[in-house]
Each structure stands twice: as C-alpha cells, then as structure tokens.
Design a protein around this ligand. Sequence first.
Ligand code: BES
Ligand code: MN
Ligand code: ZN
Length: 507
Amino acid sequence: MTALTLSTAAAPGLRADAIVIGVAKGAEGPVVAPGAEAVDNAYDGRLAGVLDTLGATGAEGEVTKLPAPSGFKAPLVVAVGLGAEPEKDAGYGAEALRKAAGVAARALAGTRKAAFALPVGDAGDVGAIGEGVLLGAYSFDTYKENGKDAKGKSKAPLAEAALLGARPRDKEHKAAVARATAVSEELNRARDLINMPPNDLDPEAFAAIAQAAAKEHGIKVQVLDVKALEKGGYGGILGVGAGSAAGPRLVKLSYTSAKAAKHLAFVGKGITYDSGGISLKPAGHNETMKCDMSGAAAVFAAVVAAARLGLEVNVTGWLALAENMPSGSATRPGDVLRMYSGKTVEVLNTDAEGRLVLADALWAASEEKPDAIVDVATLTGAMMLALGSRTFGIMANDDAFRSALHEAAEEVGEPAWPMPLPEHLRKGMDSPTADIANMGERMGGGLVAGLFLREFVGEGITWAHLDIAGPAFNEGGPFGYTPKGGTGTAVRTLVRLAELTAAGDLG
Ligand code: BES
Ligand code: MN
Ligand code: ZN
C-alpha cells in the first residue's frame, strides 16, 4: 500500500513526481485552495487564471494537470477539484478533502511519489486527506500479469504520498496519520477479499486468512468447522453450506481491552459465492455474487482496525461463512432447518440464504449478552432498489441506536439511510410447517429480511442491521476514493461506532 508521511518541506524543493493542489468552484471561476500558495506564487499569483484557461472549474472529481513552474523540483502539478468554495472562515470539510485526495491519488497511478498540498485546517483534515490517498490509490491487480493494464502499461499504485501543511511533530496530526493508516489498510484488505475470485476464497480460505490476521494482532480467534457446527446445532449455516463442496465455517474474533467498559458484537454475512442454490439465480444476476461476503469482510476489517488502534472497548466479530450452491446435497425449497436458536425455519427460497447464516451468528453473538450487536450484510436486492447503489439501509430495534449509527456513517462519509421495520410485514413469514419461513411479502423485501433477523436477536439486546447490498460492490467506474469492485463500505462506520462506544459517547 501507499506509504504516507508528513513533510515540512517547502513545495519547490520537494523531490517528487507531482504536487497535488486543490482548486475550488468560486462564484467567478476556479479558486486556488489554501496550501497551494507556493505554486501560485511561482505562477506570479496567476494560477487561478491559468487553471481557468485550461478549462478547470473546481468541480468535484475534476483533475487538471499542468507543468510545474520553473524552480520546482517536481515536474508536474495536479490540480484536483474540491467542489464549491466554502463560506468565509469555514473549512473545506473532511469528505471533500477525502474525495479530492482519492481522485488525485488514483490519477497518479503509475508514478512513484507525490506531495499533497491540499488545505489543512485541523488534525481531522490530515486524517481525511490520508484516508483519501490510501483508499483512492487502491488497485486490485493480483490476477493480472505484472499488474499491467489492457494497453500493457504498468499502473502500479502511487508508492509514496507526502502530506504538506501538516505538522509531523504534532501529537494529534501524528495520531491522525496512524489512524488513517490502520483503518485504510484494513479496509483495503476487505476490498481485496471481496475482489478475490470465489474459486480462491471459499469459507475455509477466508477463515484461514482471518485466523492469521487475528494472531498477528493479538485477537483471540475461534473457527467452527463443519464438525463443530454440527455438534453445536448451527442448522442455518449448515443448511446454506450443504450444497457446496467447500464446507461452511463460523469464525469468532474477540478483541478485548483491559480498559473496556462496553462490549460490541459485529456480525457479518460471508457468502463467498451466492449462486442462489436450488432457487438458482439466472445469468445476469450471478456475475458479481463473489461480493456476497462483503459484510463479513467489513466486520473482519473493523475488528482488526479496533485492535490496531487499541480502542478501549471489547469487540467480537462473527463471520458467518458459507458458499450457496445447488447440488444433490443442497437444501431444497420446502426443507425445514432447525436453527442454532432452536427455532425452525421453512426454506421457501434458497436464494434468501443470508438471513439463515446470520440468524445463527446473531444468536451465538447474543449468548454473550453484548451491549449492542450490529450485523452487516449484502442482504437484499430490494434495498438496492430502494436506496440505489451508493447508500446502505439501517434498521434497528432501537431508534436511538439507529440514529447513532446513521450519524457515525455520515461523519465518516458513508452514505446511509434509516429504514423501518413495519410490524405488519412479519405475518407474511408465517409458515404452516415451521416457526417462520425465510421469505415473506415481496414488497418491502429489505424490511422483511430485517424483521426475520430480529427474531434471532436475544431478548433485550440492542441491535442494528446494515443492508449494504447497494454500495458493497461498485459496478460502475471509480469515483472519489471508491474504486471499481469491492468498496469496503461499512468498515469506517463500524470503527467509528467502536470509537464512540469506547469514549462513552454512546448509551
Ligand atoms: N445476495 C443476495 C442479495 C444481493 C442482490 C446482493 C444484489 C447484492 C446485489 C441475497 O442473498 C438474495 O439473493 N436475496 C434475494 C432474497 C429473496 C429471494 C427473498 C433477493 O434480494 O432477491
Ligand atoms: Mn441469495
Ligand atoms: Zn446472498
């Protein structure tokens, strides 16, 4: 991954391949953002005019390259759009900085070192720029020869980013870089797992990766294999995994802090491939279904990040891993599963498998009586229809907790929206045979899935459900600091929730 440093060097003398500056959309054309004074001075204060001539407007996502002025060691200036110029005395805002840094870092793929001279107000800005660089520079080329693109060009991610305008000896600035690095590295690892082809990442492989990372970071790890799942009575996870040659796993990651007053449990849907099972998905609906373990990847990343940051809160991560395949041993529509909680479920549609693996993991998480549980899942196409491909839905059995999660998401720049759990939709899942069916009314399918999960949360436990089916996997082009493919959505919301809980700012 890109190496991030803080530098006090003046822009002209800096040895780098490029200097990144910010340009905002002013009332009368482009405005050069603070941080770029040295570059502007070398252009005799005419940089805004030069940018205007080149067609720059300062719009978000815009990249304008121009030769560096004489006297600069770096040959190239990259002006990146920051969007609307803020009101007088207001800063640019963390998300604008994060996005601009991400866009610039991606535009600099193939170069070695860049200096970022974006506007820095406080330590929060340092962290945001750092995150934007590390997340925006991400690329997944494990499976490409020499990491070359279609034209045979090497587009290795930017190797080194020096942030100017920050103070390398300032405790808060240093902490911001350390936080950005830990969170972004783990988030990028989640992206790697999501992008990994499902023939290489089955439940066993995922569990092994989690096990190794947990060891490295002092996290206790327990992997339940098929035998252990059978012994424990995990009918939901076993039922979903029954059709695959690669058996399911339940991974429990326990990060504990000696100073913790609270305990959070994160539960992730980890379907390493969702074919739909016997209720097979048609072609056109299965090409991206390697992304169906994005919830488990996010939970994994968040727990490791919490450990790396040494947060003073206990965090348990549960990865419910299975491959949903059709075969002679697969669960059939009409089968009844006895779940870990003891409840029975009539499986009407084997493609509604996420709720089955989550039900077992939610019940297992509940047994420890944590202060709150948050599950993360690419659960329903319906949530995608409702909120589009960039926003995840938040459901909960507690209004205040749902609002707290929504606020945390907003703070870190992850678009999210609260969704209800209407009681009247519950009866649609009544089954003539079992305690509940795994499907209900088609309308409001995302909420129906949420209501199903609620049945498997222990009495009196605060719980929220994030349906990330839309934003988990970016099928379009990259934007801001979000690449094509696995995005790592929800990681930063979970980490923020853990931080707020550690600080005692929640419940
Ligand atoms: N993994 C899918 C949901 C999904 C769809 C995620 C598109 C990402 C993109 C989930 O397992 C599923 O198949 N859900 C069904 C449920 C239905 C059968 C009740 C759906 O949404 O159609
Ligand atoms: Mn499915
Ligand atoms: Zn699924």
